[in-house]
Design a protein around this ligand. Structure first.
Ligand code: UDP
Length: 619
């Protein structure tokens, strides 16, 4: 109850400072006013908490909360002030390292003993005394955590939220501990509640305010406070699980540091704190991911890892092996999600050499954006020779694995666009330069728009009776000047009309572009077998697109498309599609398998293979 009150006090203080104090601080020209406000709010809220605990505590405690915790808060405040002074005077960074080490030693002195003094090894009930190693180990731990946390301030938008998340984890773990083994000190609860409140409430400010920055010194001091909370609150009995919890909670700075250390080593650079290595954040920025997205990604990782930490503590009664495998499995799947998410969010960089075609999952895919695809189609129309364009989604790729005829058609197509979120996800996982969905539905819009401008004519073949003509009418209304050379529904055989007759009608209508809406693989097989006979410059299969343009079906809203959930929306509208959805896990398995066996996980360009050596289409 009291910890919740402290949490709220910190929230209110940050909000108050944000309203009243920050602009005044900024006007006075102080560097990083957010940092001053943040540290102030945390320390004041924690101090109030300690005092209230002493006043309200009924039992006669041998250690008073305030007397116990206040020295640590004071040391934190001093560390912050001196470190900020160091930055203001532009003194070398190592001075801050010395300050942290002195502060850690002072904290041990204030607490009368190093807290990291016994370690319990897994599967053993024995505690191993650290003896003379206790003090240096505690100091090293405090220095490492403070330093790693400060390094994270390279992404200032994330720092507050991250600090809040870790503090919340420590607070929750403290609450999960059985009452009798909880530390007698109230300091960990008070300090973590204050830091959790201030940190979490700063997230919306950090994401909205472009220049939000707590400053290096404030982050260092708050890292120091976190390490103290961990030392006092949890290290009374350092079981391995607790150590793992801390590794998880501090996982984000750990990830960041490991990234730049490994990267620097791989490139033969000298690894040091002082050097401005490329951090994970910089690498993601360089690959075109926006700062807001990186911040959100970082916070999501921190939240996930902290959640795992809490799970570890909450399941303390389970068998160690069970807990370890559960957390291990969740950690691995979390890493795969994080890894693929970063790849998916990457954008084409300037001057990036993009090959015409890439090979993935045994098929060729054109590495084009929508406008490049439309430019190519323009070129095909000028050329007047017949060209087959395929919009290839996960379903088409799977079909090509099983159906040799279909695979052959894909090999001969003039343009194979990446249709669907699944293909983008899979291609990004393999680090192929495919960044944008070029779907059949969007191609219809793009082509019709250009057709209206340049005077091209279109022909619509396929979909249920009435749909093709309605869609043609709606498209002509939407794009004035669009010439529709003809329409024909897709169930002509039931009316006794032969395929050859339809082909002749199309040939006679002389359209520039033919849209075929029969669904995969029927539409591709139809186009491939009649490509020359129809003699249309561009023929492409567009699946159920005209069901959307005729307004028989609604397309998923933009945000659903961006979330990669368009397929779910289609199932919602046409529940019979559930049966077909088995392609989603099948495609995921195919992509993961290819990723695992791919010899180089770096960027891959098409390698000469039987597929690529097949002659381009006759046209
Ligand atoms: N269709 C057709 N003739 C057929 C079979 C299907 O015209 O013999 C039409 C059907 O009415 C629907 C489209 O082809 O409009 C298939 O759309 P679907 O969304 O199933 O294709 P996908 O994009 O999933 O391949």
């Amino acid at each position: 109850m009291l910890t919740f009150a402290i949490f709220c006090i910190a929230v209110i203080l940050v909000l108050l400072k944000a309203r009243l104090g920050l602009s005044a601080l900024r006007r006075s020209g102080r560097p990083y006013p957010e940092g001053i406000a943040f540290v102030g709010a945390v320390l004041v809220a924690a101090t109030i908490g300690l005092l209230v605990r002493d006043l309200t505590s009924a039992t006669n405690h041998s250690i008073y909360a305030f007397a116990d915790g206040a020295p640590l808060l004071l040391i934190t405040a001093l560390l912050y002030a001196l470190s900020a002074l160091r930055s203001a005077r532009s003194l070398p960074v190592w001075i801050s390292d010395v300050l942290v080490i002195v502060a850690a030693a002072l904290a041990i002195f204030a607490l009368h003993q190093p807290f990291m003094n016994t370690v319990r090894l897994p599967l053993m009930n024995q505690y191993v005394r650290l003896g003379p190693w206790a003090a240096p180990l505690t100091i090293a731990w405090v220095w490492l955590i403070s330093r790693m946390t400060a390094t994270l301030n390279r992404t200032p938008q994330v720092t507050g939220g991250y600090l809040g998340m870790v503090a919340l984890t420590l607070l929750l773990s403290w609450h999960f501990k059985p009452l009798d083994t909880r530390s007698i000190s109230f300091f960990p609860a008070a300090a973590s509640a204050a830091l959790a409140g201030a940190g979490l409430i700063s997230v919306p400010f950090a994401l909205r305010q472009r220049d939000f920055n707590l400053g290096w010194s404030a982050t260092l001091a708050m890292g120091f406070l976190l390490s103290q909370i961990a030392v006092v609150g949890l290290f009374k009995d350092v079981a391995l699980a607790i150590l793992i919890l801390l590794l998880l909670a501090f996982g984000l700075p750990l990830l960041n540091v490991s990234f730049f250390v490994l990267r620097a080593q791989r490139r033969g650079e000298k690894v040091s704190w002082q050097q401005s290595h490329v951090h994970l954040h910089d690498a993601l920025l360089q690959r075109g991911i926006s700062p807001a997205k990186i911040a959100a990604l970082y916070l999501a990782v921190a939240t996930y890892l902290c959640g795992l930490g809490v799970l570890l503590v909450a399941t303390r009664n389970w068998h160690l092996l069970l807990r370890a495998s559960l957390v291990g499995a969740l950690l691995c799947s979390g890493f795969v999600v994080f890894f693929s998410l970063t790849r998916i969010l990457m954008r084409r960089t300037e001057n990036e050499q993009i090959p015409e075609m890439v090979e993935a999952f045994g098929v060729r895919i054109s590495a084009v954006t929508m406008s490049e695809a439309l430019d190519k189609i323009d070129g095909f129309i000028q050329d007047r020779q017949p060209h087959h364009v395929v919009t290839s989604d996960a379903n088409a790729i799977l079909r090509a694995q099983e159906d040799a005829e279909y695979a052959g058609i894909l090999q001969r197509a003039a343009l194979i666009t990446p249709d669907g979120y699944g293909v983008i996800w899979g291609a990004r996982l393999l680090n192929l330069p495919i960044y944008e969905r070029v779907t059949g539905v969007d191609m219809v819009t793009g082509i019709c728009q250009r057709a209206a401008q340049h005077g091209y004519s279109i022909y619509i073949l396929g979909s249920a009776p009435g749909i093709a003509s309605t869609a043609a009418q709606k498209l002509a209304e939407r794009y004035p000047g669009l010439r529709v050379a003809g329409t024909q529904h897709g169930y002509f055989e039931k009316e006794g009309i032969s395929e050859e007759e339809v082909v002749q009608r199309i040939r006679a209508a002389r359209p520039d572009v033919l849209f075929v809406a029969f669904g995969i693989p029927k539409q591709e097989k139809f186009i491939a077998s009649h490509l020359q006979a129809m003699d249309v410059p561009v023929s492409l299969g567009v699946g159920g697109s005209f069901d959307v343009y005729s307004e028989k079906l609604k397309r998923a809203p933009e945000y659903v498309q961006r979330m990669g959930m368009e397929w779910l929306y289609r199932v919602w509208q046409e529940p019979w599609r559930w049966k077909r959805m088995s392609y989603v896990p099948r495609f995921m398995a195919l992509a993961l398998r290819e990723w695992m066996v791919s010899p180089v996980r770096g960027r891959r360009t098409p390698t000469p293979s039987p597929i690529n050596s097949i002659k381009p289409p006759l046209n």
